[in-house]
Design a protein around this ligand. Structure first.
Ligand code: NIG
Ligand code: FE
Length: 434
């Protein structure tokens, strides 16, 4: 039987017009901000928790937030109109945000997973024509409908784990037609699925086989043909590059990112994932919104990020799967670099849809505190996709994207790992899970 995504289910549902009054949460983790832009250092731990918290939602937006005592006089006169949601004994956080995914792709790579367990390296597999190339082949072959349906199911899984917005990269087409196919799928799912998808063009993911030995010709193709067309069609917000030894050099990556920026696409960088290769330095130079991975970044590279405005987007599930030491999150936070975290959901180096797992790993493997991990998966993640004005915290006027969790304090969320604690997920004031 064909599995049905929540997309089909929601199509039949009416939008809820009724106001919602969520009452009495053990902890309401608001992350209400005092400043613009990403949080750094101790700001990352300042979650602005309201005990006995309550939220009034109307027209998909948060209209009032406070303790039950503060909210009763405000909400009582209209309580009869509202749908009451009891959150006693539970915590509420902003909807989780995943700022780095490769969720739109054809097929899967469990055989590569097994080969890596038996000792093959990620780059060795890529250089032998498998890895990302295998997914490119599948993504080119499979129909748009098939990939759309498979991606919708992966999105459902994200939603079940409390994620309400994700960034999503192309990069498995490596020709204009297939890159556009991926970006079209994102647009369609953004419109149909409860999860918002923010698109990134990543034509410079690897050099496709038809350009083997002609790397600069491929970069020319990306810069002169792909980027102008992507920009003309307005199908991407960001431009990303896999800057890595044996993939793209810093010079090639810079050409791509500057061309993207000229066309209105904000730069992002896959930086120093496998080797230290100048990724952090380039991110600072081109004023990228984020530098992602940073597993092998040198002290000098990290210094370049300090005060640069670049957000370090860290992907601890990828480090785990690659068998590499995790990024130095503790050191980065202490230096004053803002940190976000992400699944990196992709069929090779991180086939997961679980942001709660990533939050656990951030604590366990990178020594981030539970408060820092929560900030990195909500407010700072919103900053890493330029959306902190509308999502990422529970504040009046923002989108009512919320998760109610079956735990009585936020530390438990990270401490009891490998468990899905989601009780309900609300997107734009509509209950979509639970
Ligand atoms: O972030 N490193 C490049 N891109 C992905 C992996 C993509 C794949 O293996 O399919 C990453 O690790
Ligand atoms: Fe990635």
């Amino acid at each position: 039987m064909k599995k049905e995504s929540v997309v089909q289910v929601l199509e039949q549902q009416q939008q809820v017009k009724q106001p919602i009054w969520i009452q009495n949460a053990a902890q309401l983790i608001t992350l209400a901000s005092h400043k613009k832009g990403p949080r750094i250092k101790e700001e990352m731990s300042d979650l602005q928790v309201i005990e006995g918290g309550s939220i009034w939602i109307e027209d998909g937006k948060i209209r009032a937030v406070g303790t039950m005592q503060q909210m009763i006089p405000i909400c009582m006169p209209r309580a009869h109109e509202a749908k009451i949601v009891d959150a006693t004994g539970k915590i509420i956080t902003p909807g989780l945000i995943d700022p780095h995914t490769h969720i739109v792709h054809g097929g899967s790579r469990e055989f590569e997973f097994e080969a890596r367990i038996k000792g093959k390296g990620y780059m060795e597999i890529l250089q032998s024509g498998d890895g990302i190339h295998a997914t490119v082949k599948k993504t080119r072959e499979m129909s748009e409908e098939q990939i759309y349906n498979d991606t919708a199911l992966r999105l459902d899984s994200f939603l079940q784990h409390g994620v309400t917005t994700i960034e999503s990269k192309s990069g498995y087409g490596l020709d204009l037609e297939t890159e556009l196919k991926q970006l079209r799928i994102m647009k369609r799912l953004h419109e149909k699925h409860p999860i918002d998808m923010i698109p990134t063009f990543m034509g410079a993911h690897v050099v496709p086989e038809e350009f083997a030995g002609r790397e600069d010709d491929y970069v020319d193709y990306v810069v002169t043909e792909m980027i102008p067309e992507i920009a003309r069609l307005r199908v991407a917000k960001f431009c990303d590059v896999f800057l890595e030894k044996g993939v793209f050099t810093a010079e090639q990556a810079e050409r791509v990112l500057l061309a993207g920026r000229e066309h209105g696409l904000m730069p992002k960088v896959h930086a120093d994932e496998i080797e230290c290769y100048g990724g952090a330095e380039l991110a600072a130079k081109v004023e990228a919104i984020s530098a992602d991975h940073l597993l092998k970044t040198s002290d000098e590279g990290l210094q370049k990020l300090v005060g640069s405005g670049v957000i370090a987007c860290l992907l601890p599930a990828t480090a785990l799967i690659l068998g590499e030491p995790p990024a130095r999150a503790r050191h980065m936070i202490d230096l004053g670099i803002p940190v976000a975290i992400s699944t990196d959901c992709n069929p090779g180096s991180s086939p997961t849809t679980s942001m709660p797992l990533v939050m656990n790993l951030a604590c366990i493997t990178m020594r981030m505190t539970p408060a820092e991990a929560l900030c990195a998966a909500t407010y700072n993640a919103a900053c890493a996709i330029g959306m902190e004005e509308i999502i990422g915290s529970i504040e009046v006027g923002k989108q009512a994207d919320l998760v109610i969790w079956n735990v009585s304090n936020y530390q438990k969320l990270h401490y009891m790992f490998g468990v899905n604690h989601v009780h309900q997920v609300w997107k734009n004031g509509v209950k979509v899970v639970g």
